[in-house]
Write a protein that binds this ligand. Structure first.
Ligand SMILES: Nc1ncnc2c1ncn2[C@@H]1O[C@H](COP(=O)(O)OP(=O)(O)OP(=O)(O)O)[C@@H](O)[C@H]1O
Ligand SMILES: [Mg+2]
Length: 235
């Protein structure tokens, strides 16, 4: 009997998979960040769908309350039966997110291939806005959650994928877009994918800024459609 061991989870976007050598690796932490509506959740759902297609479960931690079963079924299309392999958790505040992340080691059995935290920084941001004097402490807690996620990815040989919103950053009088809590998220991520809008609302510029194989950032264009987020080819 041929037993396949899952090594990578396809993102469902051929060019990103090519850059990553097949997809998000087991044992690694991936970060997808970008401006609103650039397809972060769609790309994460697509990874969840591709994980279930390989008969592994996905734990989807929906911190924004934006997980859409309809979107999941559009993306899974012919494999709708696999939807039951996606387990959804919805923390309501940053404290609940802390509890969920702390319980991951007990919760994740060998049948899991992927953990998604979408969006890792939204409840953190709300808490920082409520209690600005606790920013340092909250940032340290976010760092601890990322460290634990990275440890779980390595020890349990699963992939962890987190998404983040962006904030403007100023470097030498130039404005750039960076994930919230940049240092923390980028430090722990083995793979970083930045999504940026283009002039066409359905077309997204994706840059793989960091990946375990190649050092140089590489860019491709993706299109958001009914069936998810895929290659954009100009004819
Ligand atoms: N069925 C669909 N067909 C076409 N486009 C869709 C469909 N469902 C969602 N979209 C579009 O996909 C785009 C990306 O949505 P998505 O929620 O993935 O973005 P996001 O980056 O996670 O946004 P946010 O920053 O708000 O979390 C949105 O413009 C949305 O309107
Ligand atoms: Mg989203």
């Amino acid at each position: 009997m041929c037993v396949t061991v899952l090594q990578k989870i396809s993102t469902g976007c051929e060019s990103i998979d090519n850059i990553l050598g097949g997809g998000i690796q087991f044992g690694n932490v991936g970060l997808i960040y970008g401006e609103p509506e650039t397809g972060k959740t769609t790309l994460a759902i697509q990874c969840a769908a591709n994980c279930t297609r390989q008969n592994y479960k996905t734990l989807f931690i929906d911190c924004d309350g934006t997980f859409s079963a309809r979107r999941m079924s559009q993306i899974l299309s012919d494999d709708l039966g696999k939807a039951e392999l996606v387990i959804l958790m919805k923390p309501e505040d940053f404290h609940e997110q802390t509890v969920v992340v702390d319980q991951l080691p007990e919760y994740l059995t060998k049948s899991f291939g992927l953990v998604i935290v979408d969006t890792m920084t939204s409840l953190y941001r709300v808490k920082v806005a409520e209690s600005p004097s606790r920013t340092f402490e909250l940032n340290r807690e976010l760092n601890r959650q990322m460290a634990l996620s990275a440890q779980i990815a390595r020890t349990q040989k699963i992939a962890v994928l987190v998404t983040s919103q962006v904030r403007s950053a100023f470097h030498d009088a130039q404005v750039s877009i960076e994930p919230v809590a940049t240092r923390v998220l980028k430090f722990w991520a083995d793979t970083i994918i930045a999504l940026k809008p283009t002039g066409n609302s359905q077309v997204i510029k994706a840059t793989v800024e960091k990946n375990p194989r190649k050092m140089h950032p590489q860019t491709c264009r993706l299109k958001i459609t009914e069936t998810g987020i895929h290659e954009y080819s100009v004819r």
